[in-house]
Design a protein around this ligand. Structure first.
Ligand SMILES: Nc1ncnc2c1ncn2[C@@H]1O[C@H](COP(=O)(O)OP(=O)(O)OP(=O)(O)O)[C@@H](O)[C@H]1O
Ligand SMILES: [Mg+2]
Length: 289
């Protein structure tokens, strides 16, 4: 793949021998408060360059809010955040945002249905939605097609976004988010609304991107452990705005932690590299089921 992402500044920092070179996201004691509601509370989280994170938690836990902070779209009420080495609040977010790709249903809903798929992807490199009047370099058009190919949707390049299925839209959106060669890639529930085949196909593609050392640092939000792509390394569990656990997937994704996160007794099982979760049945403690 190779062309998907670069870590220019972080690599330069590594060459300088800077101890924080590999840290792409650093949050310390972060809180987000809106009126009487605490959306995030005392979140501390460190993400390094080559890590691939999954964020799990129930509805309303604060997952999207956390991604918005990581995308420099939101400022915390409390605490400190550094993104790609830059302190949020002291840095120009308009320089920072193009270095961070973000794909979410909320963004998809703002895409005009008449937008051509190829225009939608190529225009991301110019930080606009849709092609409008810009002129694009031929290399950019080639890259847009390569990314559509990577996501298995090159055949839809000449279709309008509104004519695509939910799964096809998700993949086009990921291609668009990769277009500016971001250093961090944030995916908010990329598998939501997909059928079994669509989900499995997406997971294979995300795993392939995750395995490429040139890919951006990947962070994906999901409600389901079944959607953790193989070769993702880390997990953060959120409940009511607080971190339940964060670290290596094998340490964090456990029955006990998932039970605490989702507020019900969860039985976790594993098959190969995939995880499965279901509610523990009443009396399960005695039978082990
Ligand atoms: N501007 C706001 N004012 C008050 N509450 C808000 C505001 N924005 C979000 N919230 C609340 O903050 C909580 C966290 O929202 P967020 O979207 O981060 O959750 P989430 O974990 O992404 O949930 P879901 O899984 O449903 O997408 C929710 O209860 C939401 O209603
Ligand atoms: Mg959300």
């Amino acid at each position: 793949m190779g062309q998907v992402g670069r870590h220019r500044d972080v690599e330069q920092a590594a060459e300088r021998g800077d101890g924080t070179a590999d840290v792409v996201i650093q949050m310390d004691g972060v809180g987000v408060v809106r009126g009487p509601s605490t959306l995030l509370d005392d979140v501390s989280w460190t993400v390094e360059l080559d890590e691939r994170w999954v964020i799990l938690g129930p509805n309303g836990a604060g997952k999207t809010t956390l991604l918005q902070l990581a995308a420099a779209l939101l400022h915390p009420t409390r605490g400190e955040i550094r993104l790609l080495g830059e302190p949020l609040g002291l840095t120009d977010v308009f320089e920072l945002r193009p270095r961070i790709g973000f794909a979410s249903a909320a963004i998809a809903s703002r895409i005009p249905p008449g937008e051509l798929v190829s225009d939608l992807v190529v225009s991301a490199g110019y930080a606009v939605l849709g092609r409008w009047r810009e002129r694009y370099d031929p290399e950019d058009l080639v890259r847009a097609l390569q990314l559509l190919e990577l996501m298995g949707v090159a055949g839809f390049a000449d279709r309008t976004f509104g004519t695509l299925s939910e799964g096809e839209r998700k993949r086009v959106q990921i291609a668009r988010a990769l277009m500016p060669n971001p250093e961090i890639m944030l995916l908010d529930e990329p598998a939501a609304g997909l059928d079994l085949g669509g989900r499995e196909d997406l997971l294979v593609r995300l795993s392939a991107i995750a395995e490429d050392p040139d890919s951006p640092t990947l962070i994906m939000v999901t409600h389901h452990v079944e959607e953790i792509p193989v070769s993702f390394s880390h997990a953060l569990l959120l409940r009511e705005g607080r971190v339940v656990a964060a670290g290596l997937i094998r340490d964090v994704v456990t029955s006990a932690n998932l039970s605490e996160t989702f507020g019900l007794p969860v039985r976790l099982s594993r098959s190969g590299d995939r995880y499965f979760a279901r509610r523990k049945r009443a009396g399960a403690a005695a039978t082990g089921l």
